[in-house]
Design a protein around this ligand. Sequence first.
Ligand code: AMP
Length: 455
Amino acid sequence: MTSEVSFVDLGLAEPLLRAIADVGYTHPTPIQAQAIPLVLKGRDLLAAAQTGTGKTAGFTLPLLHLLSRNRPAQLRPGRPRCLILTPTRELTAQVEESVQAYGKYLPLKSMVMFGGVNINPQIAALKKPLDILVATPGRLLDHVGQKTLDLSGVEILVLDEADRMLDMGFIRDIRKILALLPTKRQNLLFSATFSDDIRALAKGVLNDPEEVSVARRNTASELVRQTVLLVPKEQKRDLLSHLVRSNGWKQVLVFTRTKHGANRLAEKLVKDGVPAAAIHGNKSQSARTKALAGFKDGSVEVLVATDIAARGLDIEQLPQVVNFELPNVPEDYVHRIGRTGRAGATGSAVSLVDAEETKLLADIEKLIKRKIDREPLPAFVVTAPDREERAPRPPRSHERGPRANREGGGRSQAGRSAAGKTGAPSPGSGRKREDVRRATRPAKERPDNKLSSRG
Ligand code: AMP
């Protein structure tokens, strides 16, 4: 998905090139190669690009370049120079993460703003100087109403995922916001689709725009073989060990939702004899580099990563991706499976889905516009789940005794024992329970599947 041009060729400033090197990108994606030079020239842009194409860096990198070049010595608080509007809070947060990551060697200040949370911390943050504001339309207008935000200094406007903003009914809010911006400004509009409504919006917003588009990069439905295994949450780790071993997978990227989950899973795999390492934001740079090097040279077969940590990983064409947990944001699924099946090679993505994740699965299927095949569970050995993975319930008779007190890290504080709190290893630690079961029927037929829907 990368092109022959380099980031240096595109004319980006040195602090940006350094940040790009840090996240591990070697070449611009096609949308970046097209969009960046035009934005640097100050042109308005109408870009057809869907998520997964690298569009975020396509607008973030050049706008950081422009904003850092002509930054006034004094900035007025609460008066951003660049406004990026996105449809959802998740996207807002993701875009701002990109702004932070690519802008880490620049003095620019950014802020994220979305609804559904207390407005006061945002008001406090707006009392400080601000270059870039990433916001959803509704909350932004709340701030305008409270006069805590001044949009008269906006030099660059970005409408990201404009089609989704229209789908979500934001058109009136967008029009209100447009009326508050200075007329002389640069405008960038990104959209996956081009309906008449988008064309009409673009006409009203953009001034003599350049158009760029990239071929629909539909990895999700075309290049990657995708399957779902329905499995109770507390059996996922055993199932994954089994899949890695029985399929002889040698380079698997496994996604978890949390850093803690990534660590625990990697530890479990190692215990099961699978060379694994976790990579996430709490790890030092050297630990991450080491894990990645091991993964590339084959000494680490399974790399467990969070979405954010995986973003910058410079690994192309992985044969296998596993979603140990589905992401909360459907677009992240597309990003995740985009790590495999690149450049025409076929890849495979398996999602381990428990009863609590069926809604997330439905959202993903809606986004990629297809149903993902459910496969029957293979037979695998189920060991005792850790307390942390299951809903609180009274211990079964065979669990009373030392093991029942092991690991106090469960969700239920009330259920913690003294031994759990101190984390003291009990005699039973690390030993697999004798109560080994074979899972031969699909998860939803098994009576113990009820466990995962409790609590
Ligand atoms: P986006 O389409 O902006 O949501 O980005 C999709 C994914 O591509 C993100 O995980 C980015 O971190 C990643 N990405 C963006 N630009 C590049 C690049 N030049 N090389 C490799 N990965 C990239």
